[in-house]
Design a protein around this ligand. Structure first.
Ligand SMILES: Cc1cc2nc3c(=O)[nH]c(=O)nc-3n(C[C@H](O)[C@H](O)[C@H](O)COP(=O)(O)OP(=O)(O)OC[C@H]3O[C@@H](n4cnc5c(N)ncnc54)[C@H](O)[C@@H]3O)c2cc1C
Length: 232
């Protein structure tokens, strides 16, 4: 299989190192314009509708004032590949975000999908890389042996490691995305969810620069929320 690893004794391993990927699948077309027009409905202030200047002015104003429900009129859907079950377990805690996740009951690892695990830098730096992949490979061998012996995949999966990848599609409105980025891109968040969410934020800053304007990504891929605007 493509990407199989070999250790120093040239033993072929099933396990391979995961590479994370964040793909924007769908987004509300002209999302910021939709938000402006929804917001203007509250005040029937369409006489002031003059995009793009009026869009920025109004959206920034409602964000400052905490009138965040209008941000719920636009949403985005992301496909996230090559990230671990450790990450997805954290991500699915966001109750206002809708997830659809690969099922370990139905997917046969090493057959329908390559057996991949995420490699944390600290494990490599600590000198545990070889053993980490060795043990992950052993887990796979027992998984496969059990499946071959008739154990259902839903039970054989108990031996699979937390570092195994799990594909997930998530949909959230812009208000919820702002909340997720505020807590998951922060320095205190775990590095993997921070990395994935920072990538999502990069995409969102490009797609909806007004809504995500004050979320700045620093050199360490952490987010600083800069509220430099005047209060009103
Ligand atoms: C650094 C960090 C460490 C963490 N450590 C742990 C841990 O050790 N153990 C653990 O179990 N979890 C942990 N979590 C997860 C955390 O407790 C939350 O479950 C997760 O971040 C989802 O956040 P949320 O509830 O604010 O957001 P969402 O579920 O995305 O909801 C968004 C917002 O909607 C509102 N909302 C949603 N549901 C309700 C509700 N039922 N009632 C009232 N308001 C609601 C709230 O304002 C909420 O902030 C950690 C999170 C972070 C960022």
């Amino acid at each position: 299989m493509e990407g199989q690893m070999t250790d120093t004794k040239e033993t072929v391993r099933m396990v391979r190192k995961a590479v994370p990927e964040v793909i924007l699948m769908a987004i509300t077309p002209n999302g910021e314009d939709v938000i402006e027009r929804a917001c203007r409905t509250c005040y029937l202030s369409f006489h002031r509708y003059n995009p793009p200047a009026s869009t920025e002015e109004l959206i920034r104003k409602v964000i400052r004032k905490g009138h965040h429900s209008v941000l719920e009129h636009a949403s985005a859907t992301f496909r996230i590949k090559g990230a671990s079950r450790v990450f997805t377990h954290e991500m699915v805690r966001h109750r206002l975000m809708s997830p659809s996740q690969e099922s370990q009951r139905y997917v046969h690892y090493g057959s329908r999908k390559p057996y991949e695990v995420v490699e944390p830098d600290s494990i490599v730096e600590g000198g545990f890389k070889d053993r980490y992949f060795e043990v992950a490979d052993e887990c796979y061998k027992l998984y496969q042996e059990m499946v071959d012996a008739g154990v259902p995949k839903e039970d054989a999966r108990y031996i699979l490691p937390g570092g195994i990848t799990s594909e997930i599609v998530v949909t959230a409105n812009f208000r919820e995305l702002r909340h997720i980025f505020a807590i998951r891109c922060a320095e205190r968040a775990h590095w993997e969810i921070r990395k994935i969410c920072t990538e999502m934020l990069r995409i969102m800053k490009n797609e909806a620069p007004i809504v995500f304007k004050e979320y700045e990504i620093d050199d360490n891929d952490c987010v600083i929320i800069r509220n430099t605007e005047e209060g009103s």
